[in-house]
Design a protein around this ligand. Structure first.
Ligand code: WT7
Length: 681
């Protein structure tokens, strides 16, 4: 069985789990109740901030008019829209639907037309230290060439193009070139396997794949093209007509004549003038696959006008961007939504100058990021808690060796940030002065939803705090009733927002079931949350079978399906166990097939099985999904209705006393598991 195939489980199988039983490693409810530090904005920051308290008032006075104003102010329309929101087809929203525009024109051309062509768009830094400076005028030419080249390869408006790339200028160019001709891009993270790539290509029915020979990672060239070749050899990827290959590492690549074309042959030689394809606001801009609670990744669909509006609005106000003077850097990869909204669309719509870095933070030394902050005088920096915790471990003397005084604002995203990491980030990286914006959002929300506003909000370490102006979020109990201040429950979004997903590609029913059926009329985000006494929101982690490993979303079911697709395994259960570094770590419990059952009886045998299965998961999904530990067990704990009680397995994985097991079909199972692992029951 492939990871793409679900095993007949329901979307949610945690019905027995109490509201506060979230998967979050970091801040427990108890801890957070004791967190009382607050950091009011400095008068100096507040005076110059883009965001003013009146933003909340404006949005509250007339939410739709507020969004219409953002859309007119921040986005350039070819044809102005006359209707703001059409919610008659709920839960599929239509925003600014009768307007037309082009995303690449908004990100690039209009800045050149405004006389800003010489402004640096991207300071690119390769891992080996090669650099490239790209202005907005350069971007316009490059995106136009790529658009002409894609059109020559047969890509038309409405087609899908898969992008499987390292972090290169060409990656952003490729995305914008698709947008320029009205083709939806679907970026697949370069760390995903050939199998994962194939299932995404197949689901999107992509016509072209854009890739590179490889990229530099951890000091060595890391190949990408072979995974594309392998993906296209398999069944399901017949839609692909061409593979467009950027030369980066100059590794040897296999070549399929007629199908494969070099970027430098077809893009560099193409005409650098291209008339953008004007599309309707609801024209698909991109599909991005993300893990859900079943085995099959969801193709999250975003469209053009509303997405761009909220991308630009949030980037301007949450990061306080001053495009003339700031140097912005988001350390994400374009394979994730953060790279879409806060590297490509938000910053470029706002005409920002940004740093783009190809490699890992510790190559060739653990100060690489801070060296880049010093070198480019980065003023706004956006990263993930897992990276902050890694830097904490490496020691504060490393950032102390660099001049970080250019930094004036820090952002965090991807998982709850534990208060200690928040404090360290502010003190060591932010020189004890920078505001920190802890931004909660999801692939599905398209842009930031909950975050302090710098210069306005008094920040609290560990809390994303308040819905942005224009956004309606709440914490509700099992009956969908808002909890009082001090209470805990589920995070929901109660009004449509411009950058909301417009569905799951090809599966409207799954879209409704996943997000809109738990609490009718409310968008269920899948996160547990609490409100403190001030009504501020604290995110507590996922309440479903989705793990968060180093800020990346992984599905327990997807990894379980990968494990049972190996001949050794009869059954598997995966949990996210708290991990100091990565937030959560994947821990797998497997029952071996009868004929292999004895093989785990020796240390050597179980080590071999563990390695085989870890490699197998890496091949099926990608190295990020490799279980940290694989435990061979005789049974799995199940309820009478056959659902695996992951809560109990998490107790085992986290070396805790096992909690209430009374709803198990067979209550002796936990003893059996504990005994097999050599633990007292
Ligand atoms: C899930 C979404 C949004 C881009 C990166 C991840 C968790 C994200 C925060 C935050 C607490 C957070 C949630 C959410 N999450 N940001 N600031 N505080 N949790 O995107 O892969 O779509 O994952 O990440 O659990 O549901 P994603």
């Amino acid at each position: 069985m492939r990871p793409g195939e679900a095993r007949g489980r329901t979307e949610r199988d945690d019905a027995e789990e109490p509201v506060t039983d979230t998967q979050s490693s970091s801040p427990s409810l108890e801890n957070l109740l004791h967190e009382t530090r607050t950091f009011p904005p400095s008068g100096e920051f507040a005076a110059q901030a883009n965001a003013q308290p009146s933003l909340y008032e404006d949005a509250a006075a007339d939410r739709l008019e507020f969004w219409a104003r953002q859309a007119r102010d921040l986005v350039t329309w070819r044809t102005p829209f006359t209707e703001t929101l059409d919610w008659s087809g709920a839960p599929v929203a239509r925003w600014f639907a009768d307007g037309t525009l082009n995303a690449a024109y908004n990100a690039v051309d209009r800045h050149v037309e405004a006389g800003l062509g010489d402004r640096v768009a991207i300071h690119f830094e390769g891992e080996p230290g090669d650099t490239r400076t790209v202005t907005y005028a350069d971007m316009q030419r490059e995106v136009s060439r790529a658009a002409n080249a894609l059109a020559a390869l047969g890509v038309e408006s409405g087609d899908r193009v898969v992008i499987y790339m390292p972090m290169l200028v060409e990656s952003a160019v490729a995305m914008l070139a698709c947008a320029r001709i009205g083709a939806a891009h679907s970026v697949v993270f370069g760390g995903f396997s050939a199998d994962a790539l194939r299932s995404r290509i197949a689901d999107a029915e992509a016509k072209v794949v854009i890739t590179a020979d490889g990229g530099y990672r951890r000091g060595a060239p890391s190949p990408l093209k072979p995974a594309v070749d392998e993906a296209l050899r398999g069944e399901g990827a017949e839609s692909v007509e061409h593979v467009l290959v950027v030369r980066r590492t100059e590794q040897d690549v296999d070549w399929t004549e007629g199908r494969d074309v070099w970027w430098h042959d077809v893009v560099d030689t193409a005409d650098d003038v291209h008339e953008p394809t004007w599309v309707e606001a609801e024209h698909p801009l991109f599909i991005l696959y993300t893990s859900g609670t079943t085995g099959k990744p969801k193709g999250i669909l975003h469209t053009t006008g509303g997405y761009l509006t909220q991308a630009a609005y949030t980037h301007k106000n949450v990061f306080d961007l001053k495009p003339e003077s700031d140097v912005y850097w988001c350390s994400a990869d374009i394979g994730w939504v953060t790279g879409h909204t806060y590297i490509v669309y938000g910053p470029m719509l706002n005409g920002a100058t940004q740093v783009m870095y190809e490699g890992t933070p510790d190559t060739p030394h653990k100060g690489r990021w801070w060296e880049l902050v010093e070198k480019y005088k980065v003023s706004l920096f956006y990263t993930a808690p897992t990276a902050i915790r890694a830097c904490m471990k490496w020691g504060e003397e490393i950032p102390a060796g660099f001049d970080l005084s250019s930094l004036r604002l820090l952002g965090s995203v991807g998982e709850p940030i534990n208060p200690e990491a928040w404090m360290w980030y502010r003190r060591v990286i932010g020189g004890d002065t920078t505001p920190i914006v802890d931004t909660w959002w999801q692939t599905e929300t398209g842009a930031i939803m909950i975050s302090p506003l710098p210069g306005v909000t008094a920040t609290k370490p560990g809390s994303a705090q308040v819905p942005l102006p224009g956004i309606s979020a709440d914490v509700v109990d099992d009956e969908a009733k808002p909890v009082p201040d001090g209470g805990g429950g589920y995070l929901v979004l109660s009004e449509p927002w411009p950058s909301m997903l417009r569905g799951i590609w090809g599966d409207l029913q799954r879209f409704k079931d996943t997000y809109w059926s738990r609490f009718p009329g409310l968008y269920f985000a899948g996160d547990g949350a609490k409100k403190d006494e001030d009504g501020d929101i604290w995110l507590l982690g996922r309440v479903d079978d989705v793990m968060n490993v180093s800020g990346h979303r992984l599905s327990t079911t997807e990894i379980e399906s990968a494990l049972v697709s190996n001949d050794l395994v009869a059954e598997a259960a995966v949990v996210g166990a708290s991990d100091e570094m990565s937030g959560q770590a994947v821990v797998a419990f497997v029952i071996l097939r009868g004929e292999h059952a004895d093989e785990a009886s020796t240390d050597e045998g179980s080590a071999r099985i563990e390695k085989t299965l870890r490699d197998h998961v890496a091949k099926e999904i990608g190295p990020i999904a490799k279980p940290r530990r694989i435990l061979v067990v005789p049974e799995l704990p199940k309820t009478r209705s056959g659902k695996i009680m992951r809560r109990l397995l998490r107790d085992v994985a986290e070396n805790r006393e096992v909690g209430d097991a009374t709803t198990l079909a067979d209550s002796s199972v936990m003893n059996l598991i504990q005994a097999g692992l050599g633990k007292p029951s």
